[in-house]
Design a protein around this ligand. Structure first.
Ligand SMILES: *Cc1c(COP(=O)(O)O)cnc(C)c1O
Length: 374
């Protein structure tokens, strides 16, 4: 069976984890955490980075920094992972779900603007599959209504919007290093703070509501409890694993792009007009986080996935709409979100991982071409 995903270990991970075993810091914010922060701050110009124990935790840090009050509203796409919504819900905000664009699973201003009222405080955008939302338009809308923008950049490492790194455009951003993402530490994430106003508080929230980070820098002579917070920082073991992966980022990205392009070239023009390939807007780059197909119907997708499984290829569909989830359907305002429902029913993701071979890709392509022309 060709699996849908296979976590990749580049080789240095064990060496760095061993270094942590022999060092004096195994908890958080040690030398490997600092290496990772500096890497992102230097390579992508993020103002301030803080590793987190997961993408979910990074989103929760963002939500805490938004300083929401009960009754405040946050606009979130329905076609996303639970955590994008949950982070804000936990802060007592009301989550208002927006539909996706007809072009791709991202939100556009068209879906967002009608939902804005005087209670709206935040727009949380998701760059699906690492492909950017139209951020100029969304930032202009946010500025017009005095809203914060949080980028759920869980899929987005090394991807860009008009040359600007995703995660650096909104006021705050959240990355994930879950094993299914391009770069992984098993579980892991990172909160990115682009707006200077949030930097100090972010460090405090990260360190259980204490000003320990300032203490270590010698800025205060004792540290104590100064604000809300939690234990968001990962241990040095996770950071060591992540650092080994970051050292291999270019190699990992080259390999993933090779796989993505081989799928695209193999399928483009050979599968008729019913099944659609991903479309990448001109302003966005493709970081090869995901290769997906859009089927004409749920029945078609079910049959295609079954056919591939019978031929030893594991594929998956993706998000179930959050607005009609068991937990949220009674809280949702009843609006239909047809594009979201369509992606939930028709999107299928193909295997994409570092060790996937050309032979395996060609086998998958051949099977899909055969199915689509039946
Ligand atoms: C993976 C993912 C998350 C959550 O990240 P974890 O590291 O698994 O907590 C959040 N949002 C999106 C869009 C994701 O794909």
């Amino acid at each position: 069976m060709i699996p849908f995903n296979k976590p990749y270990c580049s080789g240095r991970e064990l060496k760095y984890i061993e270094e942590v075993c022999h060092s004096t810091t195994m908890s958080g914010n040690g030398q490997f955490t600092k290496k990772c922060h500096t890497f992102f701050e230097e390579k992508y110009g993020f103002k301030k980075c803080l590793l987190a124990t997961s993408g979910t935790d990074a989103l929760e840090m963002c939500a805490m920094l938004c300083n929401l009050k009960p009754g405040d509203e946050v606009i979130v796409p329905s076609y996303t992972f639970v955590s994008t919504a949950l982070a804000f819900l936990r802060e007592g905000a009301k989550v208002v779900f927006a539909d996706s664009s007809a072009e791709n699973p991202n939100m556009e201003v068209e879906q967002i603007e009608p939902l804005i009222n005087e209670k709206t405080k935040v727009i949380a955008v998701v760059h699906y599959a690492g492909v950017a939302c139209d951020m100029d338009a969304i930032m202009a809308l946010a500025e017009k209504h005095n809203l914060l923008v949080v980028e759920d950049a869980a899929h987005c490492i090394d991807s860009f919007y008009k040359g600007r790194p995703l995660g650096s455009i909104g006021h705050l951003g959240a990355f994930s290093f879950h094993e299914t993402k391009n770069i992984s530490s098993g579980e892991g994430g990172m909160c990115v703070i682009n707006d200077e106003r949030f930097v100090r508080r972010a460090e405090i929230i990260w360190e259980k509501g204490t000003n320990r980070a300032e203490f270590y820098r010698g800025m205060v002579n004792k540290y104590g409890w100064v604000d809300m917070g939690s234990s968001f920082l990962p241990s040095e073991f996770n950071a060591a694993y992540l650092w080994a992966q970051l050292e291999q980022l270019d190699d990992i990205q080259d390999k993933r792009k090779h796989i993505w392009n081989r799928y695209f070239e193999g399928l483009n023009g050979k599968i008729g007009n019913e099944v659609k390939l991903p479309n990448i807007p001109e302003y966005a780059t493709n970081n090869a986080h995901m290769f997906y197909l859009l089927c004409p119907s749920l029945e078609y997708r079910t049959a295609l996935m079954k056919f591939l499984k019978e031929n030893d290829v594991q594929t998956t569909f993706h998000y179930l709409p959050l607005h009609s989830s068991k937990f949220y359907e009674n809280k949702h305002d009843g609006r239909e979100l047809p594009n979201c429902d369509r992606y939930a029913d028709t999107l299928v993701r193909l295997p994409l991982f570092y060790e996937l071979s050309d032979m395996e890709i060609d086998k998958i392509v051949k099977l899909i071409v055969e199915f689509c022309n039946k």
